[in-house]
Ligand binder design. Structure first.
Ligand SMILES: Nc1nc2c(ncn2[C@@H]2O[C@H](COP(=O)(O)OP(=O)(O)OP(=O)(O)O)[C@@H](O)[C@H]2O)c(=O)[nH]1
Length: 293
């Protein structure tokens, strides 16, 4: 579609220059929904692009600067999220829905774009970067993750694992993928949310909602079954929950630390009588030394 190409070109171009796109809608609000049929596609794409502004230059995932960076534009705290899953499950659709509140319906095969927006979490504005990743191919002998994908996972503070309810294989990938994510972050537990997409396609469902829920709770993750094509609230909630988890993790609570230190017993104040006695002893020893000389 030419208008889609125009949008991709703008995104790709910004990308080359190291820019990210940001949408200045901060909190959930009733979105305009899918692009109305009557609107000319080129017009819709232009409106979409105009809604986006560049807020900052960010280092690309994988670079040393990116790895060290935890502050976004204007000194805001930065949360980096990678969206991973099998091919065709709707990763790009999910990211675009989250960024623009729109479902466009036809996407270029993923080129691994990085997007930025701001969100309000518990009264604080956070800059969040969302990395769309190429679909993982499922092989007989398990996961086949490219180095590019591994770099994105290492770069991320949190991960969204997406599967499609119409593709059992994509569901089966979730467990091994979660394990892989955690292995790439040794010594810490990376926040992960599991998203089952395409909930509108009930007639071709292959994955029961209970299965997704059970798996996610076994993995210790939040779970959302969503239809990116029909609804943006659940999509927003999934990202919001993840950002909140990262935000809490980034701020190791000062209060328990304080509480812990206050539990350590203070040394007893020295006994005055004892001090006087020791002082006299020291004094008389000194007098003895002087007289003996
Ligand atoms: N019916 C329906 N279709 C969806 C939904 N989400 C995505 N799709 C469609 O699924 C197809 C694949 O979507 P993408 O977003 O390109 O999937 P992807 O996971 O990024 O795919 P790769 O780039 O190959 O990894 C597209 O035709 C989307 O329109 C949904 O919630 N419902």
């Amino acid at each position: 579609m030419p208008w889609l190409l125009a949008l991709s070109a703008v995104m790709a171009n910004k990308h080359k220059k190291g820019f990210s796109l940001a949408l200045f809608t901060l909190s959930p609000h009733p979105g305009p929904g899918p692009v109305p049929r009557a609107e000319a596609p080129a017009e819709a794409a232009m409106r979409l692009i105009q809604n986006m502004c560049t807020i900052a230059e960010y280092p690309a995932p994988g670079s040393v600067a990116a790895a060290d960076c935890c502050l976004g534009a204007a000194g805001r705290r930065l949360v980096k999220i990678a969206v991973v899953g099998a091919s065709g499950v709707g990763k790009t659709a999910l990211v675009v829905r989250f960024l623009t509140k729109r479902f466009i319906g036809d996407y270029e095969r993923n080129a691994g774009n990085l997007y930025t927006r701001q969100v309000q979490i518990e009264g604080e504005t956070l800059a969040i970067q969302v990395q769309d990743t190429p679909g993982i191919q499922v092989h007989e002998n398990g996961l086949s993750c490219t180095e590019q994908l591994n770099r994105c996972i290492r770069w991320a503070d949190a991960v969204v694992i997406v599967f499609s309810i119409t593709d059992y294989k994509s569901y089966e990938l979730t467990g091994p993928l979660h394990q892989h994510v955690q292995q790439l972050h040794p010594g810490t537990r990376l926040p992960v949310v599991v998203v089952a997409n395409k909930a509108d396609l009930l007639h071709i469902r292959q994955v029961d909602p209970q299965l997704g829920l059970q798996l996610a709770s076994m993995l210790g993750c939040s779970f959302y079954e969503v239809s990116v094509s029909e609804n943006d609230n659940d999509v927003y909630s999934a990202f919001h929950v993840l950002c909140k988890e990262v935000s809490h993790k980034q701020q190791p609570s000062g209060t328990p630390e304080k509480r812990r230190t206050s539990l350590i017993p203070r040394p007893k104040s020295p006994n005055m009588q004892d001090l006087k006695r020791r002082f006299k002893q020291a004094l008389s020893a000194k007098v003895r030394t002087v007289t003996s000389v």
